[in-house]
Design a protein around this ligand. Sequence first.
Ligand SMILES: NC(=O)C1=CN([C@@H]2O[C@H](COP(=O)(O)OP(=O)(O)OC[C@H]3O[C@@H](n4cnc5c(N)ncnc54)[C@H](O)[C@@H]3O)[C@@H](O)[C@H]2O)[C@@H](O)CC1
Ligand SMILES: Nc1ncnc2c1ncn2[C@@H]1O[C@H](COP(=O)(O)OP(=O)(O)O)[C@@H](O)[C@H]1O
Ligand SMILES: [K+]
Length: 491
Amino acid sequence: MLSIIPGKKVSQLDQAHIQREGISGLELMESAANAFVSWFIDKFKSPEVPIYIFCGPGNNGGDGIAIARLLYQMGYQISIIKFEHLSNCSSNFQANFNRLPKTIPIMDFDTFEFILPEKTFVIDAVLGVGLDRPLSGIYLDLILKLNGLSATKIAIDIPSGIPSDGVLVGDAFHADYSVTFQFPKLAMLFPEHALYTGEIIIVDIGISDGLLNQFGEDKFFIQKKDLAIRHKFFHKFSHKGDFGRVLLIGGSPGKVGAILMASRAALRTGSGLVHCHLPGSESSSSLVVAAEIMAVADSELEMLDNFDAIGVGPGWGIQNDFSFFESLLNRFRKPVVIDADGLNTLALYPHLLKLLPLQSILTPHFKEFERLVGDCSNHLERLEKARSFSRKNNCILILKGAFTSISLPNGKQFFNSTGNQYMATAGSGDVLTGIITSFLGQGYSSENAAICGVYHHGLAGELASVSKKRGMIASDIIEAIPETFVQMQIF
Ligand SMILES: NC(=O)C1=CN([C@@H]2O[C@H](COP(=O)(O)OP(=O)(O)OC[C@H]3O[C@@H](n4cnc5c(N)ncnc54)[C@H](O)[C@@H]3O)[C@@H](O)[C@H]2O)[C@@H](O)CC1
Ligand SMILES: Nc1ncnc2c1ncn2[C@@H]1O[C@H](COP(=O)(O)OP(=O)(O)O)[C@@H](O)[C@H]1O
Ligand SMILES: [K+]
């Protein structure tokens, strides 16, 4: 699992890597510059478009200088704009500066006129994780000017002005792409910064996962390679029972679709038997929900222990009479998945939280979460509250959105790397409930069900949106679930 290192520890991490590999800081900077350049030339093949690289005085600026040299040697048209007298710049900046071919134009910020051709690249190498205060003075002046340009804007490591682990105060560089070294910086995952980071590209500069883990604390970015080990594998003789018998509870007049989508998602995730309970149904014989889904009537809910996992909430309606929910939580002692109106009911009757089976999984979006814990002024506070909620209630808290976070009772937080904006469509959360319930029913631990669940859900959204884009609907995500297993070679 890729550790997200706090900004204040990055220079220690770099030092440890330098020592372990027996290389110099300059060589590490060269790796960072090479990693950036490989991405750049792969993405933008045309050397005709001029590139302006704005370099601050620290190592972020040093990266910019090294990148300038490498791209120049490949035939790109480069101009450098620097801020400080060389003697005020970091030693690796100076060393790279001295290696620049004399033919690269170098300008000082104070005399630079911001008249650029319409089609240009602007590369922000002004400030990186060394930012220690909000932008002001000439730095702010520069960033505001850059933001006004129509160029393609690329940030090195992090857009200048965004604090690596906090929330932006004032303004920052508006990047179309942020090419970040080795791991995403925490703040790049905050919704507040979406317009600043643009697309995030993580490039490898050679620091090992083991070393990252030594410097990491409790935050991780989920990657494809982390998934196989968390999955269960089935064999030729596996039978329906091995794949689990799950129950999805929800739906109410006008909102039956929500629980049906969750149920279909559970089937597509591999559940052996999927039952669906629509409250208020006296007899299951009159209920036809979908060919493969078995309807369960109120009277048939005596033997909850027959189920391997239960998911509750999609389309349920807020339960003004909480006695059914209370009895469910009292009688079913395996982890449950709670979403939507299940969460809203918990917010209304918080004493029910004490009845949650250990390691249950709650899947709120921001609004549902704030109904449970109160308003949050920013994402940092939301993440902190998610961590304490999970600890206090011994549950797994999945906070949905871009870069969905998964908080575990032991304080660890995982951030999902799959998914896209096209998933912001009615019912996609219901699909997630079905996927996670299915994994639980197949015998996955709650942690693995949550991590595999959000990853496959996001990947299904990506796959379905390839051809559908804005027209994607939640049913398309369900139909793409099988392809996620094929892509990841999980059979
Ligand atoms: N060892 C290396 O050579 C490597 C360098 N990297 C790059 O180095 C960066 C970190 O470098 P540094 O630690 O030198 O830090 P920065 O280059 O981010 O900036 C540090 C300088 O900016 C000043 N500063 C901070 N906030 C400011 C503000 N608001 N206004 C004006 N000045 C401000 C600081 O006082 C300091 O002088 C990373 O983001 C990355 O780009 C690494 O990621 C890769 C390895
Ligand atoms: N911009 C986005 N990027 C990635 N995933 C997203 C984005 N917007 C929504 N999603 C995902 O879509 C799902 C939406 O869930 P939710 O808000 O509960 O929707 P609904 O109530 O309509 O089912 C969540 O899993 C969320 O992570
Ligand atoms: K930067």
